[in-house]
Design a protein around this ligand. Structure first.
Ligand code: F6R
Length: 609
């Protein structure tokens, strides 16, 4: 979703801004633009890709300070005029903005009544006019004037021709980071845009503003009192952010992220398993065994695929710890005035740590006195910082919009949590050891599945031919089916619907035909027989079948394309059953010649409600 970059220093800004925007492309966007301040302000913006912007740049765009933006349309369609930066009528002020101004309509009316000509449909443009209209004599004062009139969420950056040495940035609900260089400073909404230049960064907090010049930065609140935000080195490998870089090789990033899963899971597990006592050690939870024992319920909140993995996680917590657990879309939670209980452990799960719905759910829980831990990939992200403790996933940067390696590390994170919760309760040491061994075996088992990728490509090709299909599973297999359907529809634009296998005959069976395939999750467990019976019902109606199963399962005379995965312990089977579904979606999209990494209409981080 929208991305911000900024630069002030000794180099020409335009090429650096363009490079930064290129690094934000994976987030999803539909237009892009830059404002460069040299002897005058130059603003160039285009609907389409960053490459379209590059082609539109004049040869002579000069200045050592500027801001850039990738926009994901909210107010008004993707067009040149709606792209950011937005300016006032004189072109003195340029603003880039992530988030949504809730009272934009009222502010627009007021500006129109004051005979200000608004040229775009956006909420952001009003900020440029409000800054320009302020009588304050500093840029900081002008921006504070503007922001006191604005309601909503923002991460924004402003440049002003009368203050050519500085960018002023402000944050309320939309992330912003300052990157510290040698006689130069960077600004970005995402670490990915900075890491090639610096790994010394400062995160702005909500309600904070910053003035950034070539030689340093200062942070302050809206009342202009200083805050103590400091820069610190982040421990990351910048090469991990390279798109199709050395490790990743050529081709779509999603593919390499699928292949990386054995390594990412190893990182999630590293140092957290205790073989001797059959348990996990999650120091970041900030909960001692007595507090862990006092938990009576676990409530998991996430969005999209993170919610589906949350459902798998709830299953793990109930099975291993026998603590009632459920998952709910974070996007819905806040709106039903949820009852927050003191003995419930709330768990927010998010790859980006930026998803606004999940962040707002966390804030609602905290406002009502609840305790929230985070299962988050991006270190230092808004959700990670808002939680009381948590488990970092260590999946490494995930660039493709469709999430794969982050999700499987989330699953492992839940397994570790469930194991630790279980072992302070009634899970025996023998069961604990059984699960520790099974977790340790996962990376090699995933390798095995990926090695047999060739067998999946033909099946993927037949799925790509269908315009509508079902994914079905029961109990542990149901969230697996949901995630499989999600991955397929996101990147192939085919209609895929997930159902509990047991619910088929209560309605959807009416849709089964030769044109509508079903991908069925049939693990070797206590429900195998019932699952196989459902396969017969589908086959009897001519429905083509793809069955993701275990070698031990006898499908009898059911005609199906069969995909076997190695058996784990029953509780951990879902993660291995998920891997072929990722590969099926990927190969189906590749067969269709689609841009796998940048599916239409979707953004990597959903930072608006
Ligand atoms: C699916 C997908 C989305 C995300 C969801 C939550 O492939 O990527 O459904 O899972 O938007 O994002 P995070 O995990 O960043 O909170």
């Amino acid at each position: 979703m929208c991305g911000i970059v900024g630069y002030v220093g000794t180099q020409q800004a335009a090429p650096l801004l363009i490079e930064g925007l290129g690094r934000l492309e994976h987030r999803g966007y539909d237009s892009a633009g830059v404002a460069v301040l040299g002897t005058r302000m130059q603003v160039v913006k285009k609907a389409g890709r960053v490459q379209d912007l590059v082609e539109a740049l004049p040869k002579r765009i000069s200045g050592r300070l500027g801001v850039g933006h990738t926009r994901w349309a909210t107010h008004g369609p993707a067009s040149d005029v709606n792209a950011h930066p937005h300016t006032d009528a004189a072109g003195t002020v340029a603003v880039v903005h992530n988030g949504i101004i809730d009272n934009a309509a009222a502010l627009r009316q007021r500006l129109v009544a004051a005979e200000v000509e608004l040229v775009s449909d956006t909420d952001t443009e009003v900020i440029a006019h409000l800054v320009a209209a302020s009588a304050a004599d500093t840029l900081e004062g002008k921006i504070v004037d503007a922001l006191t009139q604005v309601e909503g969420t923002y991460g924004l950056a402003v440049v002003h021709a009368d203050f050519p040495d500085r960018i002023v940035a402000a944050r309320n609900g939309s992330p912003l980071l300052i990157g510290v260089g040698e006689k130069e400073m960077y600004l970005a909404s995402d670490l990915a845009a900075l890491v090639r230049h610096t790994t010394t960064v400062a995160h702005l907090d909500d309600g904070e503003l910053a003035t950034i010049t070539a030689t340093g930065f200062t942070t302050f609140r809206q009342d202009l009192t200083r805050t103590a935000t400091a820069a610190a080195a982040v421990e990351i490998d910048p090469s991990a952010y390279e798109y199709g870089g050395e490790e990743a090789g050529e081709g779509p990033r999603m593919y390499w992220e699928i292949l990386e899963q054995p390594a990412s899971i190893e990182r999630t597990l590293r140092g957290r398993l205790d073989e001797r006592f059959g348990t996990a050690h999650l120091g970041g939870l900030n909960l001692d065994p007595r507090e862990l024992r006092a938990i009576r319920r676990v409530k998991i909140l996430g969005c999209g695929s993170a919610y589906y993995v949350g459902q798998m996680g709830a299953g793990l917590v109930e099975e291993l710890a026998r603590v009632p657990a459920d998952a709910e879309p974070a996007s819905e939670f806040r709106y039903r005035n949820p009852i927050i209980e003191p003995d419930t452990l709330y768990v927010a799960v998010s790859q980006s740590g930026e998803t606004i719905d999940t962040l707002l759910a966390v804030e609602e829980i905290k406002r009502k006195g609840g305790r929230v831990i985070g299962l988050v990939n991006v270190v230092g992200s808004a959700i990670a910082r808002a939680c009381d403790g948590g488990i970092y996933l260590h999946a490494g940067p995930e660039i493709a919009v469709a999430s794969t390696k982050a999700l499987t590390t989330m699953y492992v994170g839940f397994a570790l949590l469930a194991l630790q919760l279980g072992r302070v309760r009634d899970l025996s040491v023998a069961d604990g050891k059984r699960l520790v061994a099974a977790l340790q075996a996962l990376p090699a088992q995933i390798e095995e599945i990926v090695k047999r990728e060739g067998e999946l490509t033909e099946v993927a090709g037949t799925l790509a031919e269908a315009t509508s299909m079902f994914f079905v599973g029961r109990v542990r297999g149901y969230p697996v089916a949901r995630e499989g359907a999600q991955k397929l529809k996101e990147i192939t634009y085919r209609h895929a619907e997930a159902y509990q296998t047991s619910e088929l005959k209560h309605g959807p069976l009416a849709l089964i035909s030769e044109e509508v395939p079903t991908v069925a999750i049939v693990p070797d467990d206590e429900l195998t027989e019932r699952n196989v019976a459902a396969l017969h019902e589908i086959a009897a109606r001519g429905g083509p079948l793809v069955v993701v199963t275990h070698p031990e399962v006898d499908l009898g005379d059911v005609r199906a394309a069969r995909i076997d995965v190695p058996k784990s312990e029953a509780e951990l089977d879902p993660i291995l059953l998920t891997i072929p579904l990722q590969l099926l979606a990927y190969h189906a999209a590749a067969t269709l010649g689609l841009d796998v990494d940048k599916p239409r209409n979707l953004a990597k981080s959903v930072t608006v409600e």
